[in-house]
Design a protein around this ligand. Structure first.
Ligand code: F6R
Length: 598
């Protein structure tokens, strides 16, 4: 993960570097640092902790003598969180920042740094020292960088500055890096959206690119042309507005972004997409949905949708598993990759792997400038817009919407559903924002659930059928932002082991829509209550009141809107419980928004 920034031949370096790094902080926030750069002069400042910490350290000094800066925000992979392992790594000749992992760093250490006394913990520090060693023999910086690229293995993006020539090299292999230019300087960033207030024209580096900046000239080391694209301006995406956290702002944005996304699908988009789908789904054997974390839960919901409304085989894969599997090339399958960031390393690698086997790939994402969009054959966009809170909320419900639409289009094309059913399902999807608005308004139960969570040592989410993935998602939300132990279970599985966990100190949250499995899930609740457990049940059907049972009545659901309706209260209770616990909600410990390492 990690975020890197470079601002070359510009002014207000301190303010700009901190501004861009703050926008990249979602990529990691263990430590941060900057190197101010000038001819034969490098001044580096690093701090453990967040960008605000680094910003404080920078307030006292002017740094007026410098014309460029490179910076970094870290999510620790190799080496503990410490000032020593914080980037940039620098001396008076070279400064270097890296995003990614250098897989063969131990080998390189043995080969090039045998006589080194210092305990080197991190892969990037190893590369910095190796580069210094190599520079003793290779004086030409172009050749030096080419040599470096030839010996390192891994997924990375680097910015490397040489103070004698004032050249900056940027290298990319696997991790994202973009460069933009305007009259007041050249800007690099791991995420182009962090640069929108400075540059309109952006070049997204390709794997294998080595871009050199020398006296305001941007050139490709292998002679390729750097062609800039226009980047759309993004207004105010990094502001919390009147909200205390991005997460709660993003929860409340859901009716708006879902409406916007559905409007897009209802307009022209699906005309064109449907034609493509028609061709693609001729003789189709199966759909495979792929993702990680919350996006994987969206895949599981898609499986229920497709089983309900189409006759096509569907399976779901964790991207981290799929990328190392042998996959058959005999089947006529479409692989659908789901990702908020469009940059998750495992998902991206799984996509490239599947593509190399000749399969058609679709990506569902709200990050329309991301690497996955450039890699996949087809993009099914959502308009969740930028999601900043580490815990995914609006991106998830927009993914569900995209998948619901994809499913009913396929059902319609294959005549698995009638025209009348198709129109009704479309209408059900259109009604979702209104239902969510209602749920967001009627949240009087939250304090009660928060208080039950506060007096419990663990919380289990139990559900069946289409809400089972939502139980998994509810549990993930709770554990990632409040750090409370939590699991999600399929109701029918309780008797096969998990019920042993139930006692009076455990809270079970049961999702029980009024469908053909209502009675079965009610029995799960009874069995928990009979063992002294506490139960909160979310249901559209009222049952008789019982000791230790808190009922929360939900709006009436249809099959297709059920996962949306049951997601919202789980997002809210996780948020308010975490608020009560005083955790760092938008940037929970040990996590980062975009998992760009394995
Ligand atoms: C949880 C969460 C993560 C992501 C996962 C995949 O709230 O956000 O589990 O869903 O890291 O990320 P994307 O969707 O960017 O590929």
């Amino acid at each position: 993960m990690c975020g890197i920034v470079g601002i070359i031949n510009s002014d207000n370096l301190k303010i700009k570097a901190i501004n861009v790094l703050s926008k990249l902080e979602y990529r990691g926030y263990d430590s941060a640092g900057v190197s101010f750069l000038a001819k034969n002069n490098i001044k580096t400042i690093t701090e453990v902790g967040k960008i605000s910490q680094l910003s404080k350290s920078l307030t006292s000094t002017g740094y007026n003598a410098f014309d460029s800066v490179i910076g970094h925000t870290r999510w620790a992979t190799h080496g503990i969180v410490s000032k020593n392992n914080a980037h940039p790594f620098s001396n008076q000749k070279i400064s270097l920042v890296c995003n990614g992992i250098i897989e063969n760093y131990s080998e390189l250490k043995l080969k090039y740094l045998k006589n080194y006394k210092k305990n080197i913990e991190s892969d990037t520090e190893t590369i910095f020292l190796v580069l210094n060693e190599l520079s003793k023999k290779i004086k030409d910086h172009n050749k030096l960088i080419q040599k470096l690229v030839s010996i390192i293995k891994g997924h990375y993006a680097f910015l490397i500055y040489f103070s004698d020539t004032q050249e900056i090299f940027s290298l990319k292999s696997g991790s994202p890096l973009s460069v933009g230019k305007n009259a007041d300087g050249i800007y690099f960033s791991s995420d182009p959206s962090a640069l929108t207030e400075y540059v309109n024209n952006i070049y997204h580096l390709q794997d294998g690119d080595i871009i050199k900046v020398s006296v305001n000239t941007i050139s490709h080391l292998n002679g390729k042309k750097v062609i800039f694209e226009n980047q759309a301006k993004v207004v105010n995406e990094f502001s919390k507005g009147d909200f205390k956290h991005f997460m709660i702002k993003e929860i409340y944005e859901q009716p708006h972004v879902i409406k916007k996304t559905q409007k897009y699908y209802d307009a022209d988009y699906f005309l064109d997409f449907r034609n493509k789908l028609k061709d693609l789904t001729n003789n189709l054997d199966s759909f495979v949905f792929v993702g990680c974390g919350t996006a994987y839960h969206a895949c599981l919901v898609a499986k229920y949708y497709f089983e309900q409304f189409t006759d096509i085989d569907v399976s779901c894969e964790y991207a981290s598993e799929l990328r190392y599997k042998n996959i058959s090339t005999k089947k006529n399958s479409i692989y659908v990759f789901i990702s908020q960031s469009g940059e998750t390393m495992d998902t991206l690698m799984a996509l490239k792997y599947v593509k190399s086997k000749g399969y058609t790939t679709i990506v569902v994402t709200n990050s329309l400038e991301s690497t996955m969009v450039r890699e996949a054959n087809i993009t099914l966009p959502t308009f969740a817009m930028k999601e900043i809170g580490v815990a995914s909320t609006k991106a998830f419900t927009c993914q569900l919407l995209a998948l619901a639409n994809l499913c009913i289009e396929i059902g319609n094309i294959r005549k698995n559903i009638s025209k009348k059913e198709y129109i009704q399902l479309k209408q059900d999807l259109k009604n979702i924002p209104t239902k969510i608005t209602k749920i967001l308004k009627n949240s009087s139960y939250i304090d009660k659930v928060v208080s039950l969570l506060s007096s419990s040592k663990a919380c289990y989410f139990i559900a069946r059928n289409i809400v089972f993935p939502i139980a998994l998602e509810g549990s993930l939300k709770l554990k990632e932002i409040s750090y409370m132990h939590s699991e999600g279970f399929a109701g029918g599985e309780m008797k096969h082991g998990p019920i042993a966990l139930i006692d009076k100190n455990v809270l079970s949250i049961c999702l029980n829509p009024k469908n053909k499995l209502y009675e079965k899930s009610s029995s799960n609740c009874e069995e928990i209550l009979a063992r002294g457990g506490k139960v909160v049940v979310f249901s559209s059907k009222k049952s008789s009141s019982k000791k230790n049972l808190l009922q929360i009545i939900m709006p009436k659901e249809n099959y297709i809107d059920t996962p949306f309706i049951y997601t919202i209260p789980l997002q809210l209770i996780s948020y308010y419980f975490a608020l009560n616990e005083g955790t760092d909600i938008d940037q929970p410990r040990n996590l980062a928004k975009s998992v760009t390492v394995e």
